[in-house]
Design a protein around this ligand. Structure first.
Ligand code: IPE
Ligand code: IPE
Ligand code: MG
Ligand code: MG
Ligand code: MG
Length: 298
């Protein structure tokens, strides 16, 4: 399995060095936020994680000629939404998991009500962060439109609902599964690229290319997540593995087998790279990230 190129690793570390302190700063919520709520939010938000979505916002902004620093509010906001989705995804009523990002899930560490509220708070606060800090206001509005649509009933939440329904009534076609993956995971990843493009002031062609690239890597990302549930290692993943089949989850490897699913992910990453060809050298990090998604072990 090819290693992540060291220059991409270095670039991701540098981006994390921007993202982590900014998230910490946004966690200074003042006296009106109960300590227990702040602790619960911080427990999940600052537990590590690959920070892929915020990194994509910053890298997309840079690829359009913008300054990644300028995209930090939107980058932190999407990580807040992602973290909320994980807290709720792990709840007993959903996937019922006890391990996330290498630690106990939020509802195990705190309790279910607190975990629900921490998720609610992260979801709401994400939009406050963009509205207050993303500049200029026209770009903030575009980011809010992108992120709310990607996270909402026709995006991530819709995908999560369909994913749960498919546990009860097995899906028959690949198209149905693709529609679930595109919504529950793909839309948020695509929104990261689209927000980065808005902040970097991309022209229309670049915005469309980044958006389509985001859709391809978003779908590939959930396919590799499904594959890692079978082939991955709990320690490296920081979450339980070998779970999906037991709970009747419809997945790519479940429908197509491991080899075919891997091929599907490879094709999507190949297509993603082709979409970026018009961007030339500016797309180097995005191309490397595609390879990272394909070859990841966590
Ligand atoms: C896990 O996302 C949930 C999916 C959408 C598949 P990540 O694999 O990006 O989780 P973290 O942020 O690194 O913990
Ligand atoms: C989760 O998909 C997608 C979202 C949280 C929106 P999974 O349920 O497969 O994610 P993991 O495997 O628990 O991280
Ligand atoms: Mg789930
Ligand atoms: Mg889950
Ligand atoms: Mg999974």
């Amino acid at each position: 399995m090819p290693e992540t190129p060291s220059d991409l690793k270095q670039a991701l570390v540098q981006l994390q060095e921007l993202i982590e302190p900014q998230l910490e700063q946004y966690l200074e919520l003042g006296p009106h936020c109960p300590d227990r709520l702040r602790d619960s939010i911080g427990y999940s938000l600052m537990a590590g994680g690959k920070r892929l979505r915020p990194a994509l916002v910053l890298i997309a902004c840079e690829a359009c000629g913008g300054n990644p620093q300028d995209a930090l509010p939107a980058a932190c906001a999407i990580e807040m939404i992602h973290t909320y989705s994980l807290i709720h995804d792990d709840l007993p009523a959903m996937d019922d998991d006890e391990l996330r990002r290498g630690r106990s899930t939020n509802h195990i560490q705190f309790d279910e009500a607190t975990a629900i509220l921490a998720g609610d708070a992260l979801l709401t606060y994400a939009f406050e962060v963009i509205a207050q800090h993303q500049k200029p206001e026209t770009v903030a509005l575009s980011c809010i439109q992108e992120l709310s649509n990607a996270a909402g009933p026709t995006g991530m939440v819709g995908g999560q609902m369909a994913d749960l329904q498919a546990e009860q009534q097995a899906l028959s076609t690949l198209e149905e599964l693709e529609q679930i993956h595109l919504r529950k995971t793909g839309r948020l990843l695509r929104a990261a690229l689209r927000m980065g493009a808005y902040i970097g002031n991309a022209d229309e062609n670049t915005r469309v290319a980044l958006s389509d690239y985001g859709e391809c890597i978003g779908l590939a990302f959930q396919i590799t997540d499904d594959l890692l549930d079978i082939t991955g290692n709990q320690e490296k993943m920081g979450k339980a593995v070998q779970k999906d089949q037991g709970i009747g989850k419809t997945t790519y490897p479940g429908l197509l087998g491991v080899e075919e699913s891997r091929l599907k992910a490879e094709n999507l990453i190949q297509r993603a790279a082709e979409l970026l060809e018009p961007l030339g050298n500016k797309a180097q990090k995005l191309n490397q990230l595609g390879q990272f998604i394909l070859n990841r072990d966590h």
